[in-house]
Design a binder for this molecule. Structure first.
Ligand SMILES: Nc1ncnc2c1ncn2[C@@H]1O[C@H](COP(=O)(O)OP(=O)(O)OP(=O)(O)O)[C@@H](O)[C@H]1O
Length: 300
């Protein structure tokens, strides 16, 4: 069943088009990673899905309803980011109690266990927490809410590596125990690639790619070897990235639509063929140029 259906969604801030006729749908009980460069519109999209803001044009439904001002959507979804604020007089244990009475699927035991595991003081105040602790506390709310649609916008901001790892492990374990629709936006795809089932990659306000993670892992290959040979082998291919190594060698990342014969020919010509990590591929796919930062230093 489709939980989110989005057709030709456009969001304009003043005269700037951030989302531009974006079309995609998300099925229930999947973990989708929302990936894209800084400022591409991830938070904007997630806020529209959560019903916090309205689109400029286009259609978006969540649980078959328009999310803006929808009680059904707000009761069945949660939006976690580092901007979450709570009334300042409330202590952490009071916030957990309040969340427990708001979210119908709230898992009190999970909330308490995570709270203790991450060594929170029940009498502490939310606005006095450090950056990493704030994200951790908000993530606990997101997990324990067990909302049918759980949205994490950059949930690990400020968390140290160990906490990030623990959080993603907790997320996976709880998702397996209680599958639900989860969307995570993150700049650290390498940390979540084993968690995600689908990846939605935004570029220029559009859906650049929306594929299962397994497909993304096979989407491209890297070719490394003599420059002329690499150029020859990739001349009719979709090239996502190329980088000259020294004077005579080159590394190129291209769409993986080579025939077995072409691959054999490449190997026979001493071309090294490698897999491309999804996190690197996403960087190449969303880059402005095929050489990346090297372009800045070209012909100086
Ligand atoms: N309330 C607003 N008013 C005007 N412009 C805004 C507003 N919110 C966001 N923008 C602009 O919209 C664009 C997209 O912002 P958004 O926060 O959605 O991107 P993002 O992909 O989440 O970025 P990041 O990865 O850096 O968090 C940016 O250029 C931003 O400056």
């Amino acid at each position: 069943m489709k939980i989110i259906e989005c057709t030709d969604l456009t969001k304009t801030y003043f005269r700037k088009k951030v989302l531009n006729q974006l079309t995609f749908s998300i099925e229930d009980n999947k973990i989708t990673g929302l990936i894209g460069r800084n400022g591409v519109g991830k938070t904007t999209l997630l806020k529209i899905i959560a019903g916090y803001i309205k689109q400029t044009s286009g259609e978006l439904t969540v649980f078959s309803k328009k999310p803006f001002n929808s009680l059904l959507v707000s009761a069945n979804s949660i939006f976690i980011d580092d901007q979450m604020s709570f009334p300042s007089p409330m202590q952490l244990h009071e916030i957990l109690d309040a969340a427990g009475s708001f979210y119908p699927n709230w898992d009190r035991t999970l909330a308490k266990r995570l709270f203790d595991y991450f060594s929170f003081d029940p009498k502490h105040y939310h606005n006095k927490l450090s950056k990493g602790k704030t994200s951790t506390f908000n993530a606990i709310i997101g997990l324990a809410s067990r909302a049918p649609l759980t949205i994490f916008d950059e949930p690990t901001t400020g968390m140290d590596a160990a906490v990030r790892k623990d959080f993603y492990r907790a997320l996976l374990k709880d998702y397996l125990a209680q599958p639900r629709t989860i969307i995570i936006s993150s700049h650290h795809l390498e940390e979540i690639e084993d968690l995600l089932e689908d990846v939605l990659l935004l570029k220029d306000g559009k859906n650049h790619l929306h594929v299962p993670m397994e497909e993304l892992k096979e989407w491209a290959v890297g070719l490394k070897g003599a420059k002329e040979t690499v150029i020859h082998l990739t001349k009719d291919k979709e090239v996502y990235y190329q980088n000259q190594i020294g004077t005579h060698s080159m590394y190129a990342v291209v769409k993986n639509d080579f025939s077995e014969q072409e691959l054999q020919q490449a190997k026979a010509n001493n071309i090294e063929i490698t897999t491309v990590r999804p996190s690197d591929l996403c960087v190449y796919l969303t880059g402005e140029t095929k050489r990346g930062i090297d372009d800045v230093f070209l012909n100086r």
